[in-house]
Design a protein around this ligand. Structure first.
Ligand code: NAD
Ligand code: ZN
Length: 379
């Protein structure tokens, strides 16, 4: 490769300040160092997590920063010690990694890699504590080890899943975060049995992917909960049988759900990021066997408050990053679910814009319109 070992100049969307529109800049991307890979991003999408760290309201402000973590691309070059990937491989970057060597990676139960688990405040590479992006010598911070809002980015090899090269990257890029997260939260963590009643809090892409998991598991009743009434129509396509808007009731939504279901839901999955929704999602599960799974990213200062009697009454509370999937081991199989038509991703992709119009994707998410907006790097 002509570019291997050299600095690449390319376009990236830089977040200079909290809440200010991103600006497309020419950045310099340094070559990958030991155990790193430089990836040419072809498609990237916007997830709500990017928006939280861009707004930096309840999160640590780290600027100037190149956000983005849901994407698909092709390996351009690899650094020293990388043996699993080679130029030309098709990859999905993941915000949490898999070193394959630590106790978590060796455990069948965990995807919380000691070395590469999600770190939202670090803006540099773990190898040498430096950034690989700069503009006229000024470093730009990375985001969750991926920074996919750039035509080229440098990622630790442990945060890249090598996928089937036949899989269309403009579709499967959404499996690199939101869809796998929601799907896995239901299939791997909540594990509803056939005929269950499942409540999904938050009907964005992550919540609807969790709903897809409930439908695939054979849940007979799927209750969607969202503050935005417009979300119900879309959710019906994902198997939503009932809809509850907490704003339509003058009592806590958990009480409404317990009444509707004669004692509580069998499983609930929270995909909102609101701590109140997290508490409701826990309290609405049936005593004796109900399980609630938290997926939404809370504010830094949030506290979860519930009466301990809920636990004594045998309600279970769990949480998960990336739906408990191990990025390198499991994500290629999720892509195969799509290739075998067991999983449809097209219905999550409601918008597509050229990369230069990235701020449109932010506007859509802030307005609560659509599910995923794909940004095409090469247009
Ligand atoms: P989204 O904005 O598209 O969807 C969130 C939905 O929640 C919206 O429809 C909104 O109206 C609804 N909502 C907000 N507050 C609510 C409340 N109190 N009660 C009911 N509904 C409420 O976002 P998304 O991209 O689908 O992401 C959902 C959440 O998942 C975010 O918090 C995101 O950061 C998080 N996330 C977590 C992981 C993980 O690994 N744990 C991965 C990806 C995303
Ligand atoms: Zn590990």
């Amino acid at each position: 490769m002509a570019t291997a070992g050299k600095v690449i100049k390319c376009k990236a969307a830089v977040a200079w300040e909290a809440g200010k529109p991103l600006s497309i800049e020419e950045v310099e991307v340094a070559p990958p160092q030991a155990m790193e890979v430089r990836v040419k991003i072809l498609y990237t999408a916007l997830c709500h997590t990017d928006v939280y760290f861009w707004e930096a309201k309840g999160q640590t402000p780290v600027f100037p920063r190149i956000l983005g973590h849901e994407a698909g691309g092709i390996v351009e070059s690899v650094g020293e010690g990388v043996t699993d990937l080679a130029p030309g491989d098709h990859v999905l970057p993941v915000f949490t990694g898999e070193c394959k060597e630590c106790a978590h990676c060796k455990s069948e139960e965990s995807n919380m890699c000691d070395l590469l688990r999600i770190n939202v405040d670090r803006g540099v590479m773990i190898g040498d504590g430096k950034s690989r992006f700069s503009i006229n010598g000024q470093p730009m911070f990375h985001f969750v080890g991926t920074s996919t809002f750039s035509e080229y980015t440098v990622i630790h090899v442990g945060c890249l899943a090598k996928i089937n090269p036949e899989a269309p990257l403009d579709k499967v890029c959404v499996l690199s975060c939101g869809i796998s997260t929601g799907l896995g939260a239901t299939l791997n963590v909540a594990k509803p049995v056939k005929g269950s009643t499942v409540a999904i809090f938050g009907l964005g892409a992550v919540g609807l992917a969790a709903m897809e998991g409930a439908r695939l598991s054979g849940a007979s009743r799927i209750i969607g909960v969202d503050l935005n009434p417009a979300k119900y129509e879309q959710a019906k396509k994902f198997g939503c049988t009932d809809f509850v808007n907490p704003k339509d009731h003058n009592k806590p939504v958990q009480e409404v759900l317990i009444e509707m279901t004669n004692g509580g839901v069998d499983r609930s999955v929270e995909c909102t990021g609101s701590v109140n929704a997290m508490i409701s999602a826990f309290e609405c599960v049936h005593d004796g066997w109900g399980v609630a799974v938290l997926v939404g990213v809370p504010h830094r200062e949030d506290q979860f408050k519930t009466h301990p009697m809920n636990f004594l009454n045998e309600k279970t509370l769990k949480g998960t990053f990336f739906g408990n999937y191990k990025p390198r081991t499991d994500l290629p199989n999720v892509v195969e679910m799509y290739m075998k038509k067991e999983l449809e991703v097209e219905k999550f992709i409601t918008h597509s814009v050229p990369f230069s119009e990235i701020n449109t994707a932010f506007d859509l998410m802030l307005k609560g319109e659509g599910l995923r907006c794909i940004m095409r790097m090469e247009d």
